[in-house]
Design a protein around this ligand. Structure first.
Ligand code: ZN
Ligand code: ZN
Length: 599
């Protein structure tokens, strides 16, 4: 049950570091004192970076447009060749230059942070194209599945309209994969294999289910014939890309492949763009190492307390890791039955909502009920539980909490999942994904008046909020404030902490696979299967796995600082609602808004 990327946070990549660009280098108070704010400047910014700008932006980012609900470009499938990249780069550079002519000090605080977020986004995208160049070494970036699946499965228009959009969009698929083949140079073996696997899944999007949809529609015979013809051509192009990749993979097997480790020179700027915390990756890594020790110390004490209850007749192991691991193993036996996952999640959500309301933690919007459903087939296998939220352009669409039943798993794998999401862990998962985690944050984010901050959401803020929510709920007494609940929580939290340590160690410090797996098994108490999956994710992504701890630690520190400063009159509910009201902006920007810049 990995955490998914909600639709409206697809844009986590390319959020630049504010400090690196000097955007917030001048204290907001000083700006206000200088009397530089001009009402017409903010109006001018909104005019220049309003609807017309975004229309152009989405035409150059047509794939992601559909995932944020911008269906106007449903028929556009960009051919990812040098020409398209050059056009995108030109647009990004021109826009960035235009934006940088607007002096931040002249803008009101809300617009000033919009400017900062957009500047990060544009500069980040330029950096990805010119320096990171994953379009060259990551063949899995070329995959047409998701937008097609969204068009076919989202009710943004009647079926016939959607099928006609699909019909138009399909015409570029062969050219798309031809461009993919000429773009890819010296790829990593890991991403090549991922591309083979994922594009094989893509074939299913153009399978029997689509044929049924066509059969059940009122398209004309001519349209049907054309659609059938284009689907066949698309399938041929995808199959051809897969066999081309297989040949690449064969050639790479000889040991000349590019390493999946991105190295320090790319890691620090990527961290600065994606996380936008104003701090370095190295500093976060050091902090995570300290946090791991703090958590293990606490788990050691909790285990001493719990040991006699679970093992009345067995001596306590001397080694603290053995002791904690054995105890967690024993406690994990307390889990729901295989067939009860959907029922249990459905029961937990209203319970959490009631708790949040009763304990004055954050106001929930009764107008936006969360719908729990079985994960649609085309998404199964991605995650055991996930949130599917509409993007800001389609904020009235439903939000779904997807639960993938364990039906298709072997008995052994189902048991392993159930033990992981045992009676103490499953509620934490629901807190993270739904209330008050991703779902609540997204409802607030889509209500935020800033389209820019809703669209170019900061991944560390989004994940950080969900991780913060877990601890906050337990602090409020949810789960009974028991030693068991805190021990399991610590194991869960240790995962984000170790993700940060490992991501940096592997990509920058060259940590070996054996050492990484040892750390996960021994010091983070992960099952073999989880360790295998985590290693794979570490080889396929970089920086993203640090976003959880980066955001969580920043939010937690900020809250604790405010608590101290507002001693006696700190209001937790008010803090949460204010924090969520700025859209998915970097924590650093929100902090600035809440403590000076915003007032
Ligand atoms: Zn998450
Ligand atoms: Zn069991």
């Amino acid at each position: 049950m990995k955490t998914p990327k909600p639709h409206s946070t697809v844009f986590v990549r390319g959020i630049a570091a504010l400090c690196a660009l000097g955007v917030l280098a001048t204290a907001p108070a000083a700006l206000a004192a200088a009397g530089g704010v001009r009402a017409d400047a903010s109006v001018e910014f909104k005019r220049q970076f309003g609807a017309a700008f975004f229309d152009q932006y989405w035409h150059l980012h047509a794939d992601t447009a559909i995932s944020v609900g911008y269906y106007k470009v449903a028929r556009v499938l960009m051919i990812p060749d040098d020409k398209a990249r050059a056009a995108k780069l030109r647009f990004l550079r021109t826009s960035l230059a235009k934006l940088q002519k607007i002096t931040p000090a002249t803008l009101d605080p809300e617009t000033r942070t919009d400017r900062a977020v957009l500047e990060n986004q544009l500069a980040g995208e330029i950096w990805y194209l010119t320096d990171f160049r994953d379009w060259q070494w990551d063949p899995s970036l070329y995959n047409v599945a998701e937008p097609f699946a969204l068009l076919l499965n989202t009710d943004y228009a009647p079926l016939e309209v959607r099928l006609r959009d699909v019909l138009e969009r399909l015409s570029n698929v062969p050219a798309y994969y031809a461009a993919a083949k000429s773009s890819v140079k010296n790829p990593t073996r890991e991403h090549t294999q991922l591309a083979i696997e994922q594009n094989s899944g893509t074939l299913e999007v153009f399978g029997p289910e689509l044929e049924q949809q066509i059969a059940g529609s009122t398209l004309t015979p001519r349209e049907r014939a054309l659609l059938t013809q284009r689907i066949a051509a698309a399938r041929t192009a995808i199959a051809d890309y897969i066999s081309w990749l297989k040949a690449q993979d064969q050639a790479l097997a000889s040991g000349t492949a590019r390493s999946f480790r991105i190295g320090r020179d790319l890691y620090e700027p990527k961290f600065a763009f994606d996380i936008a915390s104003g701090s370095t990756a190295e500093a976060l890594y050091e902090r995570a190492r300290q946090e791991k020790e703090r958590l293990l110390t606490r788990m050691d004490l909790l285990s001493d307390e719990l040991w006699p209850k679970y093992f009345p007749n067995a001596p306590r192991p001397n080694d603290r890791l053995d002791k904690i691991g054995t105890l967690i193993g024993k406690m994990s036996e307390q889990h729901i039955a295989r067939g009860d996952l959907f029922k249990e999640v459905s029961r937990t959500i209203p319970e959490l909502e009631q708790w949040i309301t009763d304990h004055n933690l954050v106001t929930l919007d009764p107008e936006k009920p969360l719908q729990i459903r079985i994960t649609p087939k085309y998404k199964q296998g991605i995650a055991g539980a996930s949130i599917d939220a509409p993007g800001p352009y389609d904020a009235n669409a439903r939000t779904y909490f997807n639960v993938t039943p364990l039906d298709d798993l072997s008995a052994e794998r189902a048991e392993s999942s159930l033990r992981e999401y045992n009676r103490w862990m499953l509620p934490i998962l629901v807190i993270h994904e739904a209330v008050p985690g991703h779902y609540v944050q997204l409802v607030y984010s889509n209500k935020s008046p800033s389209l820019i901050k809703s669209l170019f959401g900061n991944g560390a803020m989004v994940e950080g909020w969900a991780v913060y929510g877990e601890r906050m709920m337990l602090e409020s007494g949810y789960g009974g404030d028991t030693a068991e609940q805190w021990l399991m929580y610590s194991k869960w939290n240790l995962r984000s902490v170790c993700n940060t340590i490992l991501d940096y160690s592997i990509h920058v410090l060259g940590m070996s696979e054996a050492d990484a797996k040892k750390l996960l098994t021994r010091e983070a108490f992960q099952s073999e299967e989880e360790v295998r999956e985590k290693w794979r994710r570490l080889t396929l992504t970089s920086v993203q796995l640090t976003s959880y701890f980066a955001g969580y630690s920043a939010i937690y520190d900020f809250r604790e600082r405010l608590k101290k400063e507002e001693a006696g009159h700190f209001d937790l509910k008010l803090f949460h609602e204010k924090f969520l009201s700025y859209g998915s902006a970097p924590v650093r920007v929100i902090e600035d808004m809440m403590t000076g810049g915003g007032s």
